[in-house]
Structure formats: C-alpha cells, structure tokens
Design a protein. Structure first.
Lengths: 314, 369
C-alpha cells in the first residue's frame, strides 16, 4: 500500500482537496485584515458553484462559466457588504442569514433551471476546466505527479497566495485596508474611508471565493450538487484564523485540512479496515475543532508569558 | 416608560411589520415570475394553510419545534454569542430519546415516568453538546460560530451512525428504528385539528423563559451583557460566566425541542441528516427581537409560510420548489436585523416629539411670566 506512487497520488489528492480551502481561507483573510469576520464565504462559494456549470452549459464555454461564477460571487459579496456596512446589520447575523439563503436559493434555482432535485449531473452537459501539465516538472519521478497535472485553478490558488501577500505587504491599497482593520478611527483621521475600504475588501474576497466555488463544481467534478460546499467555507475560515490571517500560513493550514479529508477518503475506500464511514466523514470537521483548540491554546499560553515578562513581545 | 421609549417600541413593531410585508411581497413577486398561473399560485400560497382544519392543525404542529428552538436561540442571541449547536442538538436529542425509550420499553413504566426520563435525557444531551463550543469559546477564545457549525456536522454523522448501528430495525427496508413505546408517543389534542400535546410543553417553556428573561436577576444580567458588554464588565458582572450559562440554557431548550418534535410526529427514529430546526430557531428569535414573549407569534408566522410553500409545492406537482421560502426567510432576517432600516424615520419622530414638548414648555413659561 505505501508505495512511492501511492504516496504521490495521496499528496496530489490532498492538494486537489485543499484548493477550495485555500481560496476560502484567502477570501476570509482579506476581509479579516479589514476588520470583518466574513462567514459568508460558505454561502458565496455555493452560489458561484451553481452559477459556473449552468452558464458553462448555456454558453458552451467553460471560461464564460468561470467568469459567471466569479461575477455571481461579486454580486453576493455586494449584498452582504451592503446590508452589513450600509444597513448596519450585525455581520454574524448577515452572514448566517446569507448562508441559509444560499443553501436554499441554490437548490431553488437548480430545480427551476434544470428540473433536477439533487444535482445537475444528468441535466447539464459536463464542462470542466483544463488541467495543466508543467513541462519539466512532470518528468521528475515522484514529484512530477504531485505537482503537475492539476486543475488550472489549483495553480491560480498558489498564485493568489503570493499575490495576496504582496498586496498586503507592498501596495498602498493593502496598507490602507490593514489600517482600517487595525484602527478604523486612526484611518479615518488621515482621510481613509473605512466603509469604502471594507467594500473593497468584500469585493476582493468575492473574487477569491468565487474562484473557490467555481473550482468545487467546474474544476473538481464538473457539475453542481446540493450543498456541495459542505462546510468548506468554514474550514477555510478556521485555517485563516489559525494562521492569524497570514496568506501563506493560511494556505499551509488549508493544505493540512485537505490532507485530513484525503485520509478520511482513503480510509473509506479501504475495504479491509472497514471503519464506520460516518466516523471518517467527521475527520475534517473534528480536525478543524481540534486545531482551533491547539492553536488558540498555544497563543494564549504565549500571551500569558508575555504578560509575565518571560518572553519579549514581537 | 417615557415618551421616547414608547415611540421606540411602537416604531419597532411597525418596522417588523413592514419587514414582513416587504418579504411577503418579495415572495409574491417571485411566485408571480416563475409560475404559469400566478394568481392561482399566489392564492394557494396565501390561503392554502387555512383551507382545512387539518392544515390549520399542521401549522400549529409545525410551530411547536419553532417555538422551542426560537426560545433556545433567544438565550444565545440575547448574549450575542451565536452558538448554533442547536441544529445538531435537535437531531441528537431525538436520537437519544429513541435510544432510551426503546431500551426502557420492556419495563412498562407509566407514561409520566417515561416522559420525565426522556426529557431529562434530552436536556442533558442539549447541555453537553452546547457545552463544547461554549467552553472552547471561554477557555480558548475559539470562534463560537465556526466551532458550533463544525460540531453540527460531527453530531449529524454521529447520530446517523447511532441510527444505523444501534437503532436500525433489520426487518425494515429503510433505515429506521423500531416503533417507540406508546408511553412516549405524544397524544393529539383538539379533535379534528390534531395538534400534538407538545404544544403544552412549548407554551409552558415560553412562560418559564419569559419569567427568566424579565423577572429574574439572571435575565436582567444576560440582557445587559448582550446589549453592552463593556458596561456589564464595568459594573462588575462576570460577562464570561453569564454568556456561558445562557448558552447552556439554550442547549437545554434545543434538547427539549428535539425530543418534543420527535415524540409529537414520529413513531420510529429515521432522521438521517440534521433537520434545519436550529437555524429556523434563529430566524424566529430574530423575528421576535429576542423577546421570548413574542416567540410563539414568530413561530406561527414561520410555520404559516412554510406550510403555504409545502402545500403549494404539492398542489403544483412540484413546479414551484418549496425552497423559495428560504430566500424569503433570508430577506426577513436581513431587513429586521438592519439597524439603519427606517432608523431615520424613527429619529425624526422622536425629534419632532421632543420639539413639541419643548415648545409646549416654552409656551407655558411665557404664559406664567
């Protein structure tokens, strides 16, 4: 079982499963940097996941489908940001309401547009984004299959991690966003509109989680399934939380959760061990709760040490 | 109550009514757009739930778990800790009731003893499950929403595992338990309406929770913690303990809700996924503005539009998916929770009233002079 090719495939699956989590984590990180805990990532991914295959099937082009997914997500980001920033609704409540709306609304639209109750597998022609083989790397024996041949959005995810880090560390807009998140009054005092910045954060986060949602449908399987995001938005959110909204750290945490899901899938397909499937289904969620616990425990312990003066604060 | 408070309460009621009207109008517009025969569809949606005594009964029946979950969510919403574990608790407590009920079936205990036992089990289930996100929030500062949502998924899978491996009756083709003993099946009330006796439980709980909210020091503290944590801390209240206790109370009520719904409407346990009642409870709590006395009204409204949607769905042979109601529910939450919605009008009225009072005083002063 534990051959080199098996390990290679295992890691490759882990990377594939981590892709939507990375997008979700980045989307959450962008809004958290601007001082908002955006739980709507979950529902927005769902909307994008529905829009992408439907538009792709209508137009016959998977790229227009991708674009539609991202645009839908931008629109939904505006709904949330409008009601939360302009309407002054409690952000948690807005996001919970929005996620509920997305869960039912996507099913509603799916039934209306395709007539099928649970997924669009039979109703629509399957369109999928192309995979990308990296010329030189794919030749390397073990590393090749791990790194090459993924869906194109997986590479976009890697690129986004770099871009988001760059955006926050090196650009003027990124600095402004962070300043609004850390001290809105100070930012207002030097003439930065916090509302405007937060809208921008929401739009950026919309772009990122739109890609994540599109990956779920047209990147991964090619069709939309009822409630297919299945808590991945929240898992990505926790990954972001663990890494303190740092883009690179958040994507590493996402990779960890992707591998957890991978382990549960692998054990499920293994007939000789015969684990109860329900317990394996729990693995990604349980891993999330446990990691939140461990990370926050370490953080609090560190904080106490700083308070006692044993370690210098950073 | 002074004048300003009176205006605020009045405006709040008007605001909620306007929100409901807008949401209802949105529902009608959606129906109008998607249906081939819009007038028939809209008529079915509005009057359908009243078309027979049986259906009126089912509106009341469906509102029972909504009332209990709404009360549960009132507690967590009152302290502003969105502990959403109620969703998982609802399913788990039904599962535990079936488990305990079936394993005690051979002892032939009287109904009242059985009821006390299963409700105790349900309450403990609720408290234990709500304890997890609450304690993680308190000790580790973990986000209570994320943890409770993850917990819901875990609990859902666990309850399904219990169903499949401990409860399932091998003689049945579908995955469901044996029939629960008659001693824990709720009797029906009101003859033709067929409302299960769980209604009494729900109303008793409403009264108790209202007393806790408005007649005890705990309720008072809880509302202070929710509306102004800094003030609560400054006055020396233990904010963490109070919100912790409120979450556990919410869990206990969610447990009661799951048990009641299960014993009301099911003879065998067959829930394979979580039922969504926890989130419905949040909607009801928002509708009732976290005031437990208004919870039954919010629950009845929710049950009314749900039954309307279901009835419409069956009448139109599935042409109108009943999921459209979730969109309407979302709009309701967003509108009601939006602080600035109509706040300008409210401020204007308060201002005008104050101006009038000032003018009156000035007139009196000049008259006296």
């Amino acid at each position: 079982m534990f051959t080199a090719s098996w390990i290679g495939q295992f890691l490759a699956t882990g990377i594939r499963l981590a892709t939507p989590l990375v997008f979700a984590a980045l989307a959450a990180a962008v809004t958290v940097k601007a001082g908002m805990f955006n739980m709507g990532v979950e529902g927005m991914m769902l909307c994008a996941a529905l829009a992408a295959p439907i538009v792709a099937a209508q137009t016959g082009s998977v790229w227009i489908g991708l674009l539609a997914g991202v645009l839908t997500r931008l629109l939904t980001a505006l709904v949330i940001s409008f009601s939360s920033l302009t309407g002054k609704t409690d952000l948690y409540l807005t996001c919970i309401a929005f996620n509920l709306m997305a869960t039912g609304g996507t099913v509603f639209l799916m039934i209306l547009l395709t007539g099928s109750q649970s997924d669009t597998l039979n109703a629509l022609k399957i369109y999928m984004l192309p995979t990308l083989n990296i010329p030189l790397i794919e030749k390397i024996p073990i590393l090749g299959p791990i790194l090459s041949g993924h869906d194109i959005l997986t590479y976009v995810a890697v690129l986004s991690v770099i871009l988001v880090s760059f955006f926050f560390k090196r650009t003027r807009l990124g600095l402004r966003l962070r300043s609004v998140g850390e001290n809105p009054q100070a930012a207002e005092a030097v003439g930065i509109s916090s509302i405007k910045m937060r809208y921008i954060a929401f739009i950026l986060s919309g772009l990122l989680s739109g890609l994540g949602g599109a990956f779920m449908s047209i990147g991964n399987v090619g069709y939309f399934m009822k409630n297919m995001v299945g808590g991945r938005g929240y898992i990505g959110l926790s990954a972001m939380n663990m890494a303190n909204a740092d883009a690179a750290g958040a994507s590493l945490a996402s990779l960890f959760f992707g591998l957890c899901e991978d382990i549960s899938l692998t054990l499920k397909s293994n007939k000789t061990l015969n684990f109860p499937t329900q317990f394996l289904d729990m693995v990604p969620y349980a891993a999330t709760i446990l990691s939140i616990m461990v990370i926050n425990f370490i953080r609090i312990a560190h904080q106490r040490k700083i308070e006692k003066g044993e370690v210098a604060a950073k | 109550m002074n004048k300003t408070q009176k205006i605020e309460t009045g405006m709040e009621l008007v605001r909620i009514l306007i929100c409901l009207l807008i949401a209802y109008a949105a529902a009608l517009v959606i129906l109008f757009l998607i249906a081939d025969d819009p007038w028939f569809v809209i008529k079915t949606f509005i009057t359908g739930p009243f078309s027979s005594p049986r259906r009126i009964g089912s509106v009341i029946n469906q509102s029972i778990p909504f009332i209990l979950c709404g009360l549960s969510m009132c507690f967590v919403y009152a302290v502003n800790k969105f502990n959403l574990a109620a969703e998982g608790i609802f399913m788990m407590s039904g599962c535990m009731v079936a488990l305990v009920g079936l394993s005690l079936a051979d002892y032939n205990l009287p109904s009242i003893v059985m009821m006390i036992i299963v409700y105790a089990v349900a309450i403990v289930t609720g408290i234990v499950l709500d304890y997890i996100p609450a304690i993680l929030d308190r000790k580790f500062n973990a986000n209570v929403v994320v943890v409770s949502l993850m917990l819901n998924s875990i609990v859902g899978f666990f309850a399904y595992w219990v169903l499949q491996n401990k409860l399932a009756d091998p003689k049945k083709s579908s995955v469901e338990s044996r029939t629960i003993p008659a001693s824990i099946q709720m009797p029906d009330l009101f003859g033709k309406l067929k409302v299960p006796a769980g209604l009494i439980i729900a109303l008793v709980c409403t009264v108790i929770v209202s007393i806790v909210f408005y007649r005890t020091s705990f309720g008072w503290k809880m509302r202070i913690v929710g509306s102004n944590p800094r003030f609560a801390k400054a006055t020396g209240l233990n904010v963490l303990s109070i919100s912790f206790a409120a979450q556990l109370a919410g869990g206990a009520l969610a447990g009661i809700a799951g048990a009641t719904e299960f014993m009301d409407n099911y003879k065998t346990f067959k829930w394979t996924t979580t039922t969504g009642h926890g989130f419905d409870g949040l909607l009801v709590a928002v509708l009732a503005k976290k005031n437990p006395r208004l919870v039954p009204i919010g629950a009845l409204f929710l049950a009314y539009i749900r039954i309307g949607a279901e009835y419409l769905n069956s009448k139109s042979n599935g042409a109108v998916p009943k999921e459209f109601i979730t969109v309407i529910q979302g709009i309701i939450i967003l509108l009601i929770a939006a602080e600035s919605f109509l706040s300008g009008t409210k401020n204007k009225i308060i201002f005008k009233e104050a101006q009038k009072r000032l003018d009156a005083e000035k007139a009196k002063n000049t008259a006296a002079a």
